[in-house]
Design a protein. Structure first.
Length: 289
């Protein structure tokens, strides 16, 4: 599976030397699964650690090919139309349950309405289900033995934006955070790991966007989540010199309404306790590894 391709520990760094531009096309109904966005191109697709199999292994029938059942998906408030193989969607327990009670129409198709989803995010989820990653992809730098996000410069376009406009919050939010939360909803644990790793490679994000994204993460993950929430707590603590001067941070804390700031308080207390404990420990009793 694709998940085995990403065994190295998740990076906690919030640095990234490269960004890639975001594609605008998507999977569309008019052409089944559209190739306009995801079609391999020599200048766009360097070698990566993503699965070489273009279709998720769980989407294949016993004969090794996709079954013909197509699901039509109506996404977002603007009712964007997507189409995907039912076998591919059923890699998600959520879709497997949602589609199990539906009957196919005369055109051998089922239909799902998902008005709360963002089309750009759902397109990335579909891309992952078919290819094991979503654009921009993760690339393993063998020389540095580190993970990076692919760098693509296309004519007339700049680098990839790391944020996406979300209608529910009426503002910009980190794209990888929304994908992580969507993967949580659909039961796609490997996609969660990919999104978390990519988010750790982002940089140059405004404080207001980070706080809005952190609020979204807390609102759309269970209290038992120990990955994405911890990522934001660690990020804010590491960047505390910036956040303590931020008027946005002050306003967010004043407004409250989220578990985020109590968790941040506890994390900061633990951090101070660790420092105090290290300073009070006699040098002869310290153990260094």
């Amino acid at each position: 599976m694709f998940g085995r391709r990403f065994e190295p520990p998740l990076s906690k760094s919030f640095s990234k030397t490269q960004k890639a531009n975001k594609s605008s096309a998507s999977f569309s109904k008019t052409s089944g699964v559209s190739k306009s966005r995801h079609e391999p191109r020599q200048h766009r697709r360097p070698g990566t650690a993503a699965s070489s199999n273009p279709v998720n292994e769980t989407a294949l029938s016993p004969t090794g090919s996709l079954t013909p059942s197509i699901v039509t998906l109506v996404i977002g408030k603007d009712q964007r139309i997507f189409a995907a193989h039912e076998d591919v969607l059923c890699a998600s327990p959520w879709f497997q349950q949602a589609l199990s009670g539906q009957y196919m129409d005369s055109q051998n198709s089922k239909r799902l309405h998902l008005p709360e989803e963002e089309p750009e995010i759902f397109s990335s989820v579909l891309e992952y289900l078919y290819k094991g990653d979503y654009y921009p992809r993760l690339i393993h730098n063998k020389r540095r033995n580190s993970w990076e996000i692919e760098q693509v410069e296309e004519e007339g376009r700049g680098s990839n934006e790391s944020t996406v406009y979300h209608h529910a919050i009426d503002g910009d939010i980190l794209k990888d955070t929304v994908i992580y939360c969507t993967a949580e909803k659909y039961g796609l644990d490997e996609l969660k790991r990919v999104a978390l790793r990519k988010q750790g490679l982002q940089s140059g994000i405004q404080c207001s966007t980070i706080l809005t994204s952190a609020r979204y993460a807390y609102a759309n993950t269970p209290d038992t989540d120990s990955k994405l929430r911890a990522h934001y707590l660690a990020l804010i603590i590491r960047s505390r010199s910036t956040f303590k001067r931020s008027g946005t941070m002050q306003l967010e804390m004043f407004n409250g309404g989220t578990q985020l700031f109590f968790d941040l308080f506890v994390a900061l207390c633990n951090h101070v306790d660790d420092i105090s404990s290290a300073q009070s420990t006699p040098r002869s009793n310290r153990h260094f590894f």
